[in-house]
Design a protein around this ligand. Structure first.
Ligand code: ADP
Ligand code: ZN
Length: 746
């Protein structure tokens, strides 16, 4: 017999969980004050007391996660000890879908859920007003006396008479010029600046604005993708096709379908800051530029974009990986372009792979996702093979453009002169192209002048005092710099060990050194150097790209930023200075990554009428990666990669999680690593490798040890990691970072 009093609701005291954007293991419980008793819902943004402070958080409720991922329930706290919520803020609540996604990412990566929430809330909570923006308008025609340079012409084309005001950033990016060009035109009375009113909401991309004519493979693929969007259900599709085959064109058709249905689309690009060309392309297709989301857009744009995504007025968001955490109202499509790119992996803070989490987000939103690449990752290919993903293939370049011919230069047979790095074969080829008025590119994925400075007398190597790494000489800036921390020091005159004068020698090339060599080999060429430290930010990049497109440059010398999806119609030769560069080291994907990077670089050549050529300088021309690049048989190469990874249960045939133990105290790091090693999990299909010193054994003054958990594919790493780490405590100087599905093994 149940006493009736037990069935009555509890007196008005109610409790809720509140997730704070702080590194706690779970949401905290708070009491609901009478004033909010009937009006508080999950997702509401509230202010709560925490110690002596006020913190802003979100009312949370337990998400139902797959059993492997679910964290253990938090300890129950007596109702009498709960502190009350202070107030509810007048902000839109976080949707159930976004809350689930946050819980999912936290559970998968083993990050504190509050830190994932922090990524999502960064823009939501900062309500401060910023100064009104300044915009530029056209007020006249250029006077006769003003010399019309191509750069000035580009600005005038970008800002016709009567066009609405645009910000300096927009204008310089659109025209591909520097700030000084705009200021010069203002001084000449052609442009003027004015205060803009509140920034207009995002103009709506028009799916019917300028559709392409599609035939063959392209038409089939576009129809397929449109059908996926129409299904309004989760599906994942790999869109594979060589560079220039029209992948972008095709996935924009899926975006068009999504827009036609009145839903929102998210497009993730690997380096959003570098993609003015992509934005223009979007504008040609849809009439307006999309809303953009990345770390450099500024606080005000961030707030507006966030709000517009939330209220549905921004229909297409193009962003870097953090755009995954935007508050979509009605997400109908997710695109990940260049899905194989390692930059989708965030290594700092919450360690997550945006490509993989995009699949999760799409699933939670019941929306299709499209992964596009010319060189898909083995993970994605495996998902195709096992039937989890669909597969669409574009086989040829659009408009009959040929793929560039790839040839190897065997550096053992055709070595450069002593102390130089360009083989006579490559030099000759560049000269020929330049002689014909075509553009050429030299690619070397290494910044600075030389990667190593060595004393010829005693053999001393200049190393970073805080990291296990050589200092890289940057001759223009006259410093030695560590590429792992911020340390720089002047280049010494004498060896710090033996004191010998003028004995320090630069060993090996960086792009500064290649530029020096190129200037002497090609004295008449107009050379542009493109590296992340010489060209920073979207405006500078757009300016550089603009110059190349206008043929104000003959020879481009660059690091990986030149490999991105640029379209350089006059570029016909790409020379890779050191094709073997990425193949050394402890990285399980070294071959795959080198292949992807070099294929991407090669794809810059011959995108228009003139056929392109790629020359690879290599000391190991017989290496399977080099052979695959020459034959272009990417599929066979990846099949070979798969065969090598299968027997050892390496991803994607098994799962990995790395533990990185670090401390400023080497002994403490060793002890903690040993503790982890001794208590390592074991069992059928579970294996722990290490602990070993990390390849970068000291980083920013912290000593680092690594362990690697490897399991068979059907065994989730998360519960194993939770149990393993949960039973240990370490001294406070020790940090243990968890990296599920590691990409970097440094
Ligand atoms: P990918 O993304 O595979 O590198 P793109 O979509 O960038 O290929 O296409 C390469 C070039 O060909 C672009 O300049 C694009 O505008 C053009 N292109 C591709 N397909 C078509 C088409 N059906 N009609 C017109 N231009 C196209
Ligand atoms: Zn360093």
């Amino acid at each position: 017999m149940v006493q009736s009093s037990l069935l009555e609701p509890l007196p008005s005291r109610k409790r809720v969980s509140v997730l704070l954007p702080l590194p706690f293991p779970c949401a905290l419980d708070y009491a609901v004050p009478q004033s909010l008793a009937d009006s508080l819902d999950p997702g509401d943004v509230v202010v709560v007391p925490l110690g002596g402070r006020r913190e802003t958080g979100v009312v949370w409720e337990q998400t139902v996660l797959p059993v492997d991922l679910a964290p253990p329930p938090p300890p129950e706290i007596a109702a009498s000890r709960l502190r009350p919520i202070k107030e509810r803020l007048d902000l839109p609540p976080l949707s159930a879908e976004l809350r689930q996604f946050i819980d999912w990412v936290a559970a998968y990566t083993l990050a504190p859920p509050g830190m994932v929430l922090a990524m999502a809330l960064r823009s939501h909570l900062r309500g401060e007003q910023t100064a009104p923006a300044v915009g530029w308008v056209r007020i006249g025609e250029p006077p006769e006396s003003l010399r019309m340079t191509p750069a000035r012409r580009a600005v005038l084309d970008a800002l016709p008479q009567g066009a609405p005001p645009v910000t300096m950033a927009e204008l310089t990016e659109k025209a591909g010029v520097g700030v000084s060009v705009v200021r010069g035109l203002a001084d000449a009375g052609v442009l003027k600046s004015m205060l803009m009113g509140p920034v207009s909401p995002f103009a709506e991309p028009d799916p019917f604005h300028n559709p392409p004519v599609l035939e063959g493979d392209q038409a089939t693929a576009a129809t397929e993708l449109r059908a996926r969007v129409d299904e309004r259900a989760f599906s994942a599709t790999l869109l594979e096709g060589v560079t220039g085959s029209g992948k972008t064109e095709i996935y924009l058709e899926a975006v068009a379908e999504c827009l036609a249905q009145g839903r929102q689309a998210l497009v993730l690009l690997p380096e959003i800051a570098l993609s003015a060309q992509w934005m223009d392309r979007f504008a040609r297709r849809f009439g307006v530029r999309p809303a953009v989301w990345h770390s450099e857009i500024g606080q005000k744009a961030r707030r507006l974009t966030w709000a517009a995504c939330e209220d549905g007025s921004a229909t297409v968001i193009v962003g870097a990986r953090s755009a995954l955490f935007m508050p979509f109202r009605d997400l109908g499509l997710v695109i990940v372009d260049e899905e194989h790119e390692a930059v989708f992996k965030q290594e700092e803070g919450v360690t997550y792979n945006a490509r993989d989490m995009a699949v999760v987000r799409a699933r939670l939103a019941k929306a299709p996702i499209v992964l596009a690449s010319a060189t898909p990752s083995l993970e994605t290919l495996n998902n195709v093979e096992t039937g989890r993903y669909r597969h669409l293939v574009l086989t040829a370049r659009h408009g009959g453009a040929a793929m560039p011919e790839t040839h190897l230069i065997d550096m053992r047979e055709n070595p450069p002169p002593r102390g130089l790095f360009l083989s006579p074969v490559l030099v000759e080829a560049v000269k020929t192209r330049l002689g014909r008025g075509e553009q050429a590119m030299l690619f070397l994925n290494r910044r600075g002048y030389a990667p190593l400075t060595l004393c010829r007398t005693c053999g001393h190597r200049m190393e970073c005092p805080h990291c296990t790494s050589w200092l890289v000489e940057h001759r223009k800036k006259r410093v030695l710099a560590c590429h792992y921390c911020e340390h720089t020091e002047p280049v010494p005159h004498a060896c710090p060990t033996c004191g010998a004068e003028d004995s320090l020698t630069a060993i090996g090339p960086g792009i500064e050194r290649i530029t020096e060599e190129a200037r002497s080999e090609f004295p008449d060429a107009r050379i542009m150097v493109m590296a992340s430290d010489t060209i920073s930010g979207p405006a500078a990049t757009a300016e550089a790209v603009g110059k190349i497109s206008r043929r104000e440059v003959d020879l481009i010398i660059g690091t990986q930023i030149v490999a991105k999806g640029w379209h350089f119609p006059h570029l016909t030769l790409v020379g890779v200075v050191d094709a073997d560069l990425g193949l050394g080291g402890a990285d399980l994907r070294a071959g795959e990554r080198t292949m992807q990077l070099l294929h991407q670089v090669a794809g810059r050549a011959g995108r228009a009428e003139a056929p392109g050529e790629v020359l690879l300088q290599s000391f190991t021309p017989e290496h399977p990666v080099m052979q695959a690049l020459v034959s272009g048989d990417f599929t066979a190469f990846m099949a070979e990669e798969a065969d090598q990874r299968k027997p050892g249960f390496w991803p994607p045939f098994g799962r990995l999680a790395a533990l990185i133990v670090s401390s400023e105290n080497a002994d403490a790091a060793d002890n903690a690593a040993r503790q982890l090693g001794v208590s390592a999990p074991y069992g059928n299909g579970i294996e722990v490798l290490g602990p070993v010193p990390a390849p970068i054994a000291v980083l920013r003054g912290r000593h680092r040890r690594r362990l690697l958990l490897r399991t068979h594919r059907n065994i989730a790493v998360q519960p194993i990691l939770r149990r393993w780490l949960g039973q240990l405590t370490f001294t406070s100087t020790v940090r243990v970072d968890v990296d599920v599905d590691p990409i970097s093994f440094m």
